[in-house]
Structure formats: structure tokens, C-alpha cells
Design a protein around this ligand. Structure first.
Ligand code: AMP
Ligand code: MN
Ligand code: MN
Ligand code: MN
Length: 295
């Protein structure tokens, strides 16, 4: 009899960044949804990994230590998912610490800009919602919804937080080459997150892939809750044409966001080589190091 296929979900968020579940609750939900191998990939922060690893160990789920790094490439914000990193690697930790400081500065700046259009107290409000963890635009969106200023998240981004809107603050995140250096030196694999979401032209997307490959990147997130079926096929082709592996991630943030449920995002097209094809015991190289460090 054919063995049941393992379920991989290699992109998710907890309360350590802009998700609404604690790392423990996230792991428990992943298990209940049939996920065998879960990567926790909070934005620019490793703080949830120790708790997630502990919860995963207790319930027999495999936890891949990860992070989703905010990168600026050709004046665009690009997200790079790192999988199997050693969370103790100093350059990675220092680099992410600088991004946290940038986020603190940006939160104050968003607050000042929203105050100019009559919305007061948003930086404090967002920080309270972040609960002392990293502050993201998601927390500002939640604040705007809770104040009754917009009806939902979508409207918060569309009216206030997207590029070109009053609360948008352009930031220089980390350069692509630097982020990949941290990831690779920390023993991890680098993946371009939701590549179809950046609205890049075909030429620009190929240029991103070229730079990413030159810097040592190895995979595209082919399957994502941000991608429609046509985009999944397109990204699968792009990965194959460029000798890149394929990854799968729900980009889960909250149970309320029904389209990004853990483990429910579809399987990798058979033409793609999965990023996990040479992982030992369902874990990437470097994982042992990471696991030792966070247990
Ligand atoms: P930040 O990294 O702080 O700029 O925040 C980016 C996060 O905001 C993303 O990871 C998403 O979770 C969320 N986000 C971005 N755009 C939207 C949108 N249009 N609707 C809802 N959430 C969004
Ligand atoms: Mn997010
Ligand atoms: Mn992202
Ligand atoms: Mn994400």
C-alpha cells in the first residue's frame, strides 16, 4: 500500500509577529489540521521558535525553525522565507535586531502620519496590540478596525496603510544579498515568499530570481494562499526553468482568515522538486543545530 503523503506547511505566523495564535496554539492547530511538518516563519523575529519547538516535541509534530525576512530589492519590498536556520547564529540575530529597531522607528512615523489625517494614538494602539512583540502594519490595521475607522483589514490597508496612502512609510529593509548571507551562514535555505504577489513584470521577476540565485537562494514558494491556480502553475514553471526547488506555505495568520488555513493550501505540482526532497527525517540540514539550540 502506498504510504500517506506527509503534509508540509512551511510558512506561518504566531503572536511573535502578526499572527493571532501563540506558538503553542499554532502548533496544536497545525496538528489538528493534519500538518506533519510545520515551519514557523514570523516576520523578522525568532522569538516564537523555542515555544513552538517545545509544543511540537510534546505532540509529535516536526517543527522547522524559520523566519520571514523583509528585504528591499530594486526599491520593492520582497519577503524571503528562511527554513532550517540555527536561531542562535549571531549575524542572523543581530541583523534581525536591526530590523526590529527599524520597525520601532517606522511605527512612530506611521503614528505621526496618521495623526496628520486626524487619527491619534495609533502607534500606542498598535504597540498595545502587539503586546511587546514586533510591531507590524497588521497591528495598525487591527487598531483602525477596533476604533471603527474602517470596516475591515482590507479597507485599513486600502485607505491608510498601502503604498501611496497617508500612513505608508517607505523603509529600507535589508538588502537581498545580506539577508541571504545571514540565512546561509545560519545553515538555512532561502525561499522567495509568495512570488506572484509583488505584481512584478515577467522581466522584473526574472531579474529577482537571477539575483536571488546568485546570492545562494534555492527555492520559490510555488504554493501559497496568495496564489491562484494559474499563478501556482506559472511559479512552478519559473522554478523549474531556473533550477529552483518548490515550497508550500499557507502563510497562516489567524483562524479568522479562512483562505489561509494551516495545511490546506494545496500540493506542489508534480513537476516541481520539493524543497524537502533531501531533508533528513523531514527536516532541513542545519535543523539539528537549530533544534539543539532552541530546546
Ligand atoms: P509589515 O511587514 O509590517 O509591513 O506588514 C505586512 C503585513 O501586513 C503582511 O505580512 C500581511 O500580513 C499584512 N498585509 C499586507 N497587505 C495586506 C492587505 N491588503 N490586507 C490584509 N493584510 C495585509
Ligand atoms: Mn503578516
Ligand atoms: Mn509575506
Ligand atoms: Mn508571511
Amino acid at each position: 500500500m502506498e504510504e500517506k503523503k506527509r503534509c508540509y506547511d512551511l510558512h506561518s505566523h504566531s503572536t511573535a509577529s502578526d499572527g493571532t495564535l501563540s506558538p503553542t496554539a499554532l502548533v496544536e492547530r497545525a496538528l489538528a489540521q493534519g500538518v506533519d511538518v510545520l515551519a514557523l516563519t514570523d516576520h523578522d523575529v525568532l522569538d516564537g521558535l523555542a515555544e513552538a519547538a517545545e509544543a511540537a516535541r510534546k505532540c509529535g509534530l516536526t517543527l522547522v525553525p524559520g523566519v520571514e525576512i523583509s528585504v528591499t530589492w530594486a526599491s520593492q519590498v520582497i519577503h524571503i522565507v528562511a527554513l532550517g536556520i540555527d536561531p542562535e547564529y549571531p549575524d542572523l540575530r543581530q541583523g534581525l535586531e536591526a530590523l526590529r529597531e527599524l520597525r520601532e522607528w517606522r511605527a512612530d512615523e506611521i503614528g505621526r502620519r496618521l495623526a496628520r489625517v486626524g487619527i491619534v494614538g495609533s502607534a500606542e494602539g498598535a504597540r498595545t496590540l502587539a503586546g511587546g512583540q514586533i510591531v507590524s502594519r497588521t497591528h495598525f490595521a487591527r487598531f483602525l478596525v477596533e476604533q471603527g475607522l474602517v470596516k475591515d483589514f482590507k479597507a485599513a490597508f486600502r485607505r491608510y496603510l498601502k503604498r501611496g496612502r497617508p500612513g505608508y512609510v517607505a523603509c529600507d529593509w535589508v538588502a537581498l544579498e545580506d539577508a541571504l548571507e545571514w540565512i546561509i551562514k545560519a545553515g538555512g535555505q532561502a525561499v522567495i515568499a509568495h512570488p506572484a504577489r509583488y505584481s512584478l513584470s515577467r522581466v522584473k521577476l526574472q531579474a529577482l530570481v537571477d539575483d536571488f540565485k546568485s546570492a545562494g537562494g534555492c527555492a520559490l514558494e510555488v504554493v501559497s494562499s496568495s496564489h491562484n491556480p494559474g499563478e501556482v502553475r506559472q511559479m512552478a514553471r519559473l522554478a523549474n526553468d531556473n533550477g529552483l526547488l518548490g515550497s508550500v506555505g499557507s502563510d497562516f495568520h489567524t483562524p479568522e482568515q479562512v483562505w489561509g488555513e494551516l495545511g490546506r493550501v494545496g500540493s506542489l505540482p508534480s513537476a516541481c522538486t520539493p524543497i524537502w526532497h533531501d531533508w533528513q527525517e523531514d527536516t532541513p540540514q542545519g535543523y539539528d543545530k537549530g533544534l539543539t539550540a532552541i530546546n
